[in-house]
Design a protein around this ligand. Structure first.
Ligand code: PLP
Length: 616
């Protein structure tokens, strides 16, 4: 099994010698990288950032549009801005800005905080676009950006924002940002974010409002500043057809506005939406187009409309975020425990006289072979159900019940091993019934919030042992105290993992394509915060770990919630001091322990640790 790496992996990763390796420079395995980081005592989930994958996506976008422009002899320019909302974390944004400098790659902001970030970090002269609802303060901030020399366009979501711009322009120092009008298209996207576009969408101006806006801009003598129209039909546009429809609509609106006398209108901004293929399974592929098809369609359609309507070919702006950010981050999380790991034959304590069904289970286990495996497996599951009923009715005891569970699990493991190479659908049904639960040291709410919120799946695979057939149908449990923190086994898109004994060997899972939206949407459920992160720079000679940022300490998390950490500590200390069930020496020891806990992060470190505790 290659876990669909060729489908979602974008050639960024490959499997060799049973390990996932990074397809660049000296091609290190993810295991090597993780082991290097863990050498310093780091435990818990680790988010790896690969700047070369940011660079690759940026380069691909500019190259595809430059090829398309050449092919169609397109006269307008191509420009891109990165929407900060997709990932605002500094170790991502700062890399992105410097990698994008040679392309004049800009930033998009949707809030005051994002705009301030853009003003502080954007490459000089690279464009800044501003979307979203704006109050007078945010519009003033846009003016400040223009006064600082930024190439900024404020995209108007409603007439009231335009009124503010016109009035602020009168009061300030003569430097006015460019004005963009967000158009409300009839066309909408598809999927979960389709409502970002369409006539009932939250954003943009109707045709009537557009006409009104242009008249207002003309009356305020600001026509020269009206340079762009903007639309965004939603994120993760998996089908190219709605985008083409929207482009035709927007292209015609552009041409009409030019003909109406919008003398300086020269750009169409298509927003974001370029999709990422998240599927691990050929049967559930999401995306039906490539980047070059997207670029060709955009350039061809806009050229065609401009030529037919006899207006200049517009400059193209895109605001793709997911496509740029998703690939660069991989979350690596250690498996802590397999829930049926305790079902070993050493724990089986058969009696001299066992209930007949238990004896039968034992015989099934001993005589099972490849031919009868499936049948015996079904029999054992039936027997287990009967035995559990017998327990409920008081006919068998707890030892019998334990023997039942152990025997059935041993039978399952043996059967799956015997028939693992048979046709998938033959064993899927059984696998569904005999899932193994893998407890994984991460929080789904913090690291994959879109799985919880909108059932977005992400590719997941083990980082090594890929030369061994995985035999266990896997359900992944995170460490939050919430039953929603589970990625259940799904027969449509099954995940199989290896049978591992964590006490003897580490087993790490990689969650891929987590660089877009997940980090900032992540929730502190159970007070698990952003995991430890590291940036990995790879060249032909080796790899280097940079910008290690350990997950927040428990003190910091509590402070973020506005607890007075000194008060928390004092309360704990007072209560320990007041305890009359431990000695003074023990109290001193415990105070030290509490101090360490507060200053450490909250993820789990070990389970069933056999390291002894030294109270001296
Ligand atoms: N531009 C605007 C106006 C958006 O609202 C969004 C996100 O929804 C984007 C760009 C980025 O979209 P994506 O990440 O799908 O490229």
């Amino acid at each position: 099994m290659d876990y669909g790496i060729k489908t979602w992996g974008n050639d960024n990763f490959f499997i060799e010698d049973g390990k996932v390796k990074v397809n660049t420079g000296c091609e290190p395995s993810l295991m090597e990288i993780i082991q290097e980081i863990r050498k310093d005592g780091i435990r818990g989930p680790i988010l790896l950032r690969f700047p070369h994958l940011i660079q690759k996506q940026i380069r691909m976008i500019y190259k595809s549009f430059s090829d398309a422009k050449r092919e169609f002899n397109y006269e307008g320019s191509f420009n891109a801005v990165y929407p900060l909302k997709v990932n605002q974390f500094p170790n991502f944004v700062k890399n992105l800005v410097s990698l994008g400098q040679k392309y004049n790659y800009g930033l998009e902001a949707g809030s005051k905080a994002e705009l301030l970030l853009a003003m502080a970090y954007n490459n000089p002269n690279a464009p800044i676009t501003v979307n979203g609802f704006k109050d007078n303060e945010m519009i003033s901030l846009g003016f400040i950006a223009a006064e600082m020399g930024h190439n900024i366009t404020l995209t108007i979501e409603g007439i009231n924002e335009l009124e503010s711009i016109i009035s602020i322009a009168k009061d300030r120092f003569g430097c006015v940002p460019n004005i963009g009008l967000r158009i409300r298209l009839h066309s909408s996207g598809i999927g979960i974010w389709a409502k970002s576009g369409g006539i009932n969408s939250k954003f943009g101006l109707t045709s009537t409002e557009l006409l009104e806006a242009v008249n207002m801009i003309r009356d305020a003598n600001l026509l020269e500043k009206f340079t762009m129209i903007h639309f965004h039909i939603g994120s993760q546009i998996t089908d190219i057809a709605p985008l083409k429809k929207a482009l035709r609509e927007a292209g015609n609106i552009y041409a009409e506005l030019c003909r109406m006398g919008a003398t300086n209108l020269r750009a169409i901004n298509l927003g974001g939406g370029l999709a990422v293929e998240y599927s691990q399974h050929k049967t559930t592929l999401h995306k039906n187009y490539s980047l070059s098809e997207y670029a060709n369609d955009v350039v061809y359609l806009l050229k065609d409309i401009a030529n037919r309507k006899n207006v200049s070919e517009p400059d193209i702006f895109i605001e793709s975020g997911r496509f740029v950010a998703a690939h660069h981050a991989v979350l690596v999380a250690p498996v802590l425990e397999l829930f049926s790991q305790e079902y070993t034959d050493q724990k089986l304590h058969l009696k001299e006289n066992n209930p007949p069904l238990i004896q039968e289970l034992f015989d099934l286990f001993n005589t099972m072979n490849r031919k009868n495996a499936l049948e015996f497996l079904h029999d054992s599951i039936d027997h287990m159900e009967s035995l559990l009923t017998l327990f409920d009715l008081g006919y068998i005891d707890l030892q019998d019940r334990s023997n039942t569970e152990i025997l059935v699990n041993l039978i399952i493991k043996k059967a799956v091993g015997l028939i693992a190479d048979k046709k998938l659908n033959e064993i899927l049904d059984i696998q569904d019934r005999v899932q193994e639960r893998y407890l994984v040291n991460f929080s789904l709410f913090q690291s994959l919030p879109d799985f919880w919120g909108i059932e977005q799946t992400f590719p997941v695979m083990p980082l090594d042992r890929l030369d061994e057939t995985p035999t266990r149908s896997a359900s992944l449990w995170d460490i939050t105290c919430d039953s929603d923190g589970e990625i259940g086994f799904n027969t449509e898109t099954p995940l199989f993992l290896h049978d591992v004994d964590i006490k003897n060997r580490d087993y790490f899972l990689g969650f891929f394509l987590v660089g877009a939206y997940q980090e900032v949407l992540g929730m502190k459920h159970n007070l698990f915060t952003h995991p430890t992160e590291a940036t990995v720079i790879i060249d032909d000679d080796g790899f280097e770990i940079q910008n290690m940022l350990e997950s927040q300490s428990i003190s910091d998390i509590l402070e973020d919630l506005d607890y007075d950490i000194r008060e928390v500590q004092e309360n704990l200390n007072e209560r320990i001091e007041a305890s009359d069930i431990i000695s003074e020496k023990e109290k001193k020891y415990i105070l030290g322990e509490i101090y360490l806990f507060l200053n450490d992060n909250g993820y789990l470190k070990t389970i069933n640790s056999n390291e002894g505790v030294n109270y001296e």
